[in-house]
Design a protein around this ligand. Structure first.
Ligand code: AGP
Length: 612
């Protein structure tokens, strides 16, 4: 999952490309590069490291010209290095073409052997370089660039979003998509290509999202889209709604911290226009399913990855509790290849913040291929999952830039609480019970605000966790997924090995890890199983394990048993996950800060995983 930006117009391309790459660094940040055409002269600059390293190289040796492509990388084949950075050039002699690519070419090995046998020199360890040489070969056969690209693509097995320029065909740029997102930006006498509209939003609000199998030819005058099989395509032009401050730090040290502090508003935005107090229920405008169809549902499948999977797990507890409907939470990467029995009374939801996660998109397509109406709970408007789903619910959480997801998790759990309420009120949930959920939801922003005010205490608690090599996160019932999420946050940004478990499961093995060096983080607000959790804490104390506990303010017993007690307001169990996760987000944040880790761009990760 790399980031691509392309520009063709009348302005200098380099500054536009570099600024766009900066906005796409959440997609990968181990190396970056540009290829810029000045007439039929092509300059390629690429460097291992962040976009700023490339920018410094361009300051020293500018690449002038008003047509160019660029890339920020998340390595799939070949380590981060100058020679593995994109663009990759193709041709036996002088570079005939330059290519930037987001995706994976699965048959690159055999293509490489074929091309090497024909004398094409390989300079990198990447899968991408075969694309450059394939296109160069087609160019060599006298094809113009658009045709050369379209003749090369069928040789590729795998996924791609790519941009191509050639010094032999100055004044044009080609983009192609199969599996990885690519959007065309329409300007006045200038055009853009990008993996995400956010990269080009400062320049235009008019975009055309390429579909799978489509390629686009861009010149300064116009653009043309062709489908690999269906020929010429009339593009659908969408407007993107972009707020510059949405991607600014707003005075916070990191995007992750900014997004943690946005959560009270995130919950309000996720509920806006969806709560029906007069019916003690929630309504969604985009499900595209009649109430009669929703009533017929006998089973719900939620498929997702990473943090979205944890939110889905909270959703399982909520939908089973409020609507008495059986729910299965699936890893999207497993669900898409496992022949899970689905009958016509099963409702399939996929959850994704980015709306571009390859495995979740695969799960959506698999369910649709099997004839199931498949809905999506998504944050990114206009994303592939949002466009391909039969209906769905937008999170309205705004851009989430920090790689470690925080506010999107809260928005997903809020939407799942509303969905559970909606499905429950269509079945077994009384008006009074529904109203209790509505009132609980109303209290969430205030409760989160009160937890945020305890940040100094959480910062102090981080001192205890920062030296650890590993940690256990434990929670019962609806807090088990919160424990998983807390562990993931710590892993993602502080690189401490952490595992989440249902608290009672600890006795069946993980308790062997308990010693003075391995802290246990208990998610233990008051609730129906609290006494049992306190006994489990005693078991850890008996083995000299240190205890960090998130619990209900005033819970003196829990505070007495814990080395560190992180209080949260006393709120109804149904909304406790949304409040209890906040101390865990801040704990991970401060531990990572103490360990000098890069909070917003943790190693080896990327915000949107567009490869399998
Ligand atoms: C979470 O902090 C991670 N960034 C990652 O696990 C993420 O949740 C996962 O890749 C799914 O992303 P999505 O919600 O955009 O599909």
């Amino acid at each position: 999952m790399c980031g691509i930006v392309g520009y063709i117009g009348t302005h200098e391309a380099s500054p536009i490309l570099v600024a766009g790459l900066r906005r796409l660094e959440y997609r990968g940040y181990d190396s970056a590069g540009v290829a810029v055409l000045d007439g039929d002269r092509m300059v390629v600059r690429k460097r291992a490291g962040r976009v700023r390293v490339l920018e410094e190289a361009l300051d020293r040796e500018p690449a002038t010209g008003s047509c160019g492509i660029s890339h920020t990388r998340w390595a799939t084949h070949g380590p981060a290095s100058d020679r593995n950075a994109h663009p990759h050039v193709g041709g036996r002699g002088e570079p005939a073409v330059a290519v930037v690519h987001n995706g994976v070419i699965e048959n690159h090995d055999s293509l490489r052997r074929e091309l090497e046998a024909e004398g094409f020199p390989f300079r990198s360890q990447t899968d991408t370089e075969v694309i450059a040489h394939l296109i160069a070969r087609e160019l060599g056969d006298g094809n113009e660039l658009f045709t050369a690209v379209q003749r090369a693509l069928p040789r590729l097995a795998g996924t791609y979003g790519l941009a191509v320029v050639s010094p032999r065909c100055p004044g044009e740029m080609i983009g192609s998509r199969l599996g990885s997102p690519l959007v065309v930006g329409l300007g006045d006498g200038e055009y853009f290509l990008a993996s995400d509209a956010m990269a080009i939003a400062p320049h235009t609000a008019q975009v055309a999202y390429l579909q799978d199998g489509e390629s686009v030819r861009l010149t300064t005058r116009d653009f043309e889209i062709r489908h690999q099989e269906h020929g010429s395509i009339t593009p659908r032009i969408d407007r993107i709604d972009w707020k510059p401050d949405a991607v600014e730090l707003g005075g916070h040290a990191h995007y992750m911290l900014k997004e943690i502090y946005e959560q009270p508003d995130t919950v309000i935005d996720a509920c806006r226009g969806r709560i029906r107090r007069d019916e003690a229920t929630a309504r969604f405008g985009g499900l595209n399913l009649a109430t009669r169809q929703l009533r017929r549902v006998r089973r719900v499948v939620l498929a997702a990855c990473g943090t979205s999977w944890h939110a889905a797990l909270v959703g399982e507890y909520l939908i089973e509790r409020l609507a008495h409907l059986p729910v299965e939470v699936e890893y999207a990467s497993e669900f898409r290849y496992r022949n899970a029995p689905l009958d016509d009374r099963t409702l399939v939801f996929v959850l994704s913040q980015s709306g571009e996660t390859a495995d979740t998109l695969g799960a959506l397509r698999e369910a649709k291929r099997r004839g199931h109406p498949t809905l999506a709970i998504v944050n990114t408007v206009g994303s592939t999952i949002a466009r391909e789903a039969d209906g769905g619910i937008y999170l309205h959480a705004g851009s989430e830039v920090g790689v470690a997801s925080t506010k999107a998790f809260s928005a997903q759990v809020t939407v799942l609480t509303l969905l559970a309420l909606h499905l429950g009120r269509l079945r077994n949930l009384s008006f009074g019970e529904g109203m209790a959920v509505v009132e609980a939801i109303d209290s969430i922003p205030g409760a989160i605000g009160r937890v945020l005010a305890t940040e100094p205490a959480i910062k102090a608690a981080a001192e205890r966790l920062a030296p650890a090599r590993s940690a256990l996160y434990l929670g019962r019932d609806i807090h088990f997924p919160v424990a998983l999420e807390g562990a993931l946050k710590l892993k993602e940004i502080s690189y401490i090995h952490a595992e989440g478990y249902p608290t009672a499961e600890m006795k069946h093995g993980p308790i062997a890890l308990i010693d003075r060096e391995t802290p246990s983080v208990f998610v233990a607000p008051r609730g129906s199983l609290h006494a049992k959790t306190l006994s489990n804490i005693e078991e850890v104390r008996a083995r000299h394990g240190s205890i960090i506990a998130v619990g209900t303010e005033g819970d003196d017993e829990l505070a007495r048993l814990s080395d560190v007690f992180l209080p949260i307001p006393d709120v109804p169990e149904v909304i406790q996950p949304l409040v209890a996760v906040v101390p865990l987000q801040l704990l991970a944040y401060h531990v990572a800060l103490l360990r000098g880790c890069d909070i917003d761009k943790p190693r080896n990760l990327a915000k949107s995983v567009t490869v399998e």
